[in-house]
Design a protein around this ligand. Structure first.
Ligand code: DGJ
Length: 550
């Protein structure tokens, strides 16, 4: 079905009638999301694709000259995808006049270096504020109203409660997607789109503009109430508890249905952002239905109490606790993504894989910890990919990122074949959690962190404080393991009376998908006569065969 020929209302209806995040099938050649077992994968040119990405600094893609010097450094960092800003003010400098030269230049640059792109639509909001809308929008608050605080003071943030705001943004975004289809509908350099950036109200916990106050005092919209009732037993626990505490009402004002408080303000804002951003996404998909995600400024945790409550972080953004409001309000959005600039990476991954949300990390760190996180994202959470923020600073062939991505790229085909099928997993170990056990196939695999494990033939490396082990099952007794700074032990998960031995251990590399063995490891390279040893200076790959004895 060619969505672009349909009126927006029909597209919205179509997208919302397929369950939220349901990946309504676009034309086969277009990059799209597809189920693979329990995983959701990004399909590019007919094949699953693991995003080994990184995000440019915010202003980099506003100058093709600046990018000219950066492209070769980026390419040397072994990424396959760059996340690049498209700003509304540069795309539509005058009302209705579009300039696509920067978009074209960025696409051309990426192609020259054999890179894919994820474009970030900096439209109405960026980090809870509105700074990327064109000046003809900024300066006309009569036509394009702002969020107001409790005292009626305007904040530099476009209000979600305005059709004019939403429609102007949607029109520009639709023009962008139409253009991408025209220039890239065959080549597929652009593989996904981020719609807006870290939305939500900063300062007050909700918009207090007259339109917002009226909506807040009015009934919770029927579409949201219906969603809550239909998904009652599958709702994210935080939201369900609030609804339950207020008596599981099936209609009423926001405070009647969810009780009064900051959390209810947040649910109200989440619904309104989801409606708006979902409408923008649907307008873009009507032109060219690439997978679309939104990214999240996360709550900061108990150590920063002021930034751990709605308004301290952008209230109404797609945080895990209001995921259901986003699903109900913005079904054209495929993925809710966390920007993990806070500790507890695995907690965030667990929260953001609730109720089938595919995991894609658009912003995080790009050091050795970042590489470990990238491996865990792909191997433990069946993620679509990973992208540290700020590649301008990180780009270098000697960086941890470059070396980590080089190894991940080798095993990406093995990962993608097995995601969602229970034949792949990963662990993170560090100085606090030194051991981690997982079951894969008929074996229990234990990784033991060894901060200083050093290869006698490698240059002395500074110890890393967190690493990942990636475990890929090739057959009943055959595994490929990627690791660093760790020893890896195997036990029988099916018969504890049996001991497990190593029949063979090869280190090596995948070259164009084919295993090229290096040393055959034994003796001192096999700790305790039965474990794998991964040195601390870099990630290495070992291909092993196990046997059992009594
Ligand atoms: C989060 C934002 O989403 C990015 O655009 C960027 O501003 C980073 N913060 C900076 O760390």
């Amino acid at each position: 079905m060619k969505l672009r020929y349909l009126p927006i209302e029909i597209v919205l209806l179509f997208l919302s009638s397929t369950a939220a995040f349901s990946q309504a099938k676009p034309a086969p050649g277009i990059p799209h999301l597809e189920k693979h077992g329990t995983a959701t994968q990004l399909i590019v040119d007919g094949k699953p694709f693991l995003v080994l990405g990184a995000e440019l600094n915010n202003s980099s893609a506003s100058s093709l000259e600046y990018m000219r010097a950066l492209w070769p450094r980026i390419a040397a960092t072994n990424l396959n995808t760059v996340l690049a800003t498209v700003s509304w003010e540069l795309l539509e400098p005058e009302d209705g006049r579009f300039d696509f030269s920067l978009v074209d230049g960025v696409i051309e640059g990426a192609r020259r270096y054999d890179l894919r792109l994820i474009l970030l639509w900096f439209g109405s909001w960026k980090n809870g504020k509105s700074t990327y809308q064109p000046i003809w929008v900024k300066a006309n608050q009569q036509r394009f109203p702002l969020v107001q605080d409790e005292n009626g003071k305007g904040l530099p943030t476009l209000s979600t409660l305005s059709d004019a705001n939403r429609d102007a943004d949607s029109r520009a975004f639709a023009a962008l997607m139409k253009h991408i289809r025209e220039v890239d509908g065959e080549a597929h350099t652009v593989v996904m789109i981020q719609v807006e950036n870290e939305v939500g109200v900063l300062g007050p916990s909700r918009d207090h503009s007259p339109a917002a106050n009226q909506a807040f005092g009015g009934a919770v919209p029927k579409e949201f109430m219906n969603y809550l009732q239909e998904h009652k037993d599958a709702l994210i626990p935080d939201l369900r508890k609030r609804w339950e505490a207020a008596g599981f009402k099936t209609s009423g004002s926001w405070e009647q249905v969810f009780g009064a408080g900051l959390e209810t303000d947040e649910i109200f804002m989440a619904w309104n952002y989801a409606r708006y951003v979902g409408h923008v996404a649907a307008a873009g998909k009507a032109e060219y239905p690439l997978p679309m995600f939104v990214n999240t400024w996360l709550r900061q945790g108990a150590n920063k109490p002021n930034e751990d409550k709605p308004g301290g972080y952008p209230s109404g953004g797609p945080l895990a606790q209001v995921m259901d409001a986003w699903r109900a309000g913005g079904p054209a959005i495929d993925i809710l993504s966390p920007d993990v600039h806070v500790p507890n990476y695995t907690d965030w991954c667990n929260w953001y894989t609730q109720s089938g949300n595919p995991l894609f990390i658009p912003e995080s760190r790009g050091d050795a910890r970042g590489v470990a996180q990238a491996i865990a994202t792909a191997g433990k959470y069946d993620g679509i990919g990973y992208s540290p923020f700020g590649i301008d600073r990180l780009a270098s062939p000697d960086s941890e990122l470059a070396k980590g991505y080089q190894v991940l790229a080798q095993v990406a085909p093995l990962i993608l074949e097995r995601q969602g099928l229970g034949k792949l997993t990963a662990v993170l170990v560090d100085k606090d959690t030194q051991q981690s056990k997982v079951r894969l196939g008929d074996y229990t695999i234990e990784a033991r962190f060894a901060a200083r494990a050093q290869d006698p033939n490698a240059p002395v490396a500074a110890p890393v404080d967190q690493t990942a082990g990636l475990f890929i099952q090739l057959g009943p007794d055959d595994y490929v393991i990627v690791g660093r700074s760790m020893n890896v032990y195997f036990e029988s998960a099916t018969d504890p009376s049996q001991s497990v031995g190593l029949a063979s251990v090869e280190e090596g590399q995948y070259v164009n998908g084919r295993w090229v063995p290096g040393r055959r490891l034994n003796g001192d390279e096999i700790p305790d006569w039965r474990a794998l040893w991964f040195p601390g200076d870099r990630y290495t790959i070992q291909k092993i065969k196990l046997y059992r004895y009594r």
